[in-house]
Design a protein around this ligand. Structure first.
Ligand code: FMN
Length: 180
C-alpha cells in the first residue's frame, strides 16, 4: 500500500553527507511506489520556539516563518525520515528547532506513525549517534501513535560528499526507504 512519506534533510552544508543518504532513502521509497516529498532546511527560515504554548489552543504558531508549512506537512505524512548531521554527539540545532516548532501537532490528529533517523558523523561506532537518537526518541514518545522504527548511522563521514563513496551506506539507506 502506498504511503505518504516525508523526508527532511537538516544539514545546511553543500554536498551534505546526511542529505546524500536521505536522497537515497527517498529514492528507495519512490521505487517502492510511495508518495515521497523531500524537504531540505537549507533554504528555510526557522526561528526558535518561544514556549508561549498558544499553539496548543489555536493549533498554529504565533511566529510567521517557514516552520508552519513544514509542520503541516509533518502532520499529514504517514512516514517521517529525518536526516541529521551529528553535532557534538547530538541532534543538530536546526533539526531540534524544527521538532520544537512542530509543537502545534501535539494536540492534533497527526498522521505519522513510523519515524526513521539517518545520521552522518565523522566518527564511527554505535555510541556516536546515541544521544541524537535519544533526542528524537523523546519527541516521538510524546506522539503516542508514533514509533521510532530505525536509526541508520553513517559513521566515518567527514568531508562533504564522502557518503557518495560508501556503497554500504548508500545501499542501506536505499533499503531503508524501500522498506518503510
Ligand atoms: C558543529 C559540528 C559538530 C560536530 N560534532 C561531531 C561529533 O560530535 N561527532 C562526530 O563524529 N562528528 C561531528 N561533526 C562532524 C559531522 O558530523 C560530519 O562532518 C558529518 O559528515 C556532517 O554531515 P553533513 O555533511 O550532512 O552536514 C561535527 C561537525 C560540526 C560542524
Amino acid at each position: 500500500m502506498s504511503k505518504k512519506v516525508l523526508v527532511i534533510s537538516s544539514s545546511l552544508r553543500n554536498k551534505s553527507n546526511s542529505e546524500i543518504l536521505a536522497r537515497q532513502a527517498a529514492k528507495g521509497a519512490e521505487d517502492a511506489g510511495h508518495d515521497v516529498e523531500f524537504i531540505t532546511l537549507k533554504d528555510k527560515t526557522l526561528n526558535f520556539c518561544k514556549g508561549c504554548l498558544a499553539c496548543q489552543k489555536t493549533m498554529r504558531c504565533v511566529i510567521r516563518d517557514d516552520a508552519s508549512e513544514i509542520c503541516e506537512k509533518v502532520g499529514n505524512a504517514e512516514v517521517l525520515i529525518f536526516a541529521n548531521p551529528i553535532y557534538y554527539y547530538e541532534l543538530c540545532g536546526q533539526l531540534k528547532t524544527l521538532l520544537d516548532r512542530c509543537n502545534p501537532l501535539y494536540p492534533s490528529d497527526y498522521k505519522f506513525r513510523d519515524v526513521y533517523l539517518i545520521t552522518a558523523s565523522a566518527e564511527d561506532g554505535d555510541e556516536v549517534c546515541q544521544t541524537a537518537k535519544g533526542g528524537l526518541q523523546g519527541w516521538v514518545d510524546c506522539f503516542e501513535k508514533a514509533r521510532l522504527v530505525k536509526v541508520l548511522s553513517g559513521g566515518g563521514l567527514s568531508v562533504p560528499a564522502e557518503a557518495e563513496q560508501s556503497e554500504e551506506y548508500l545501499k542501506a539507506t536505499y533499503e531503508l526507504g524501500r522498506n518503510v
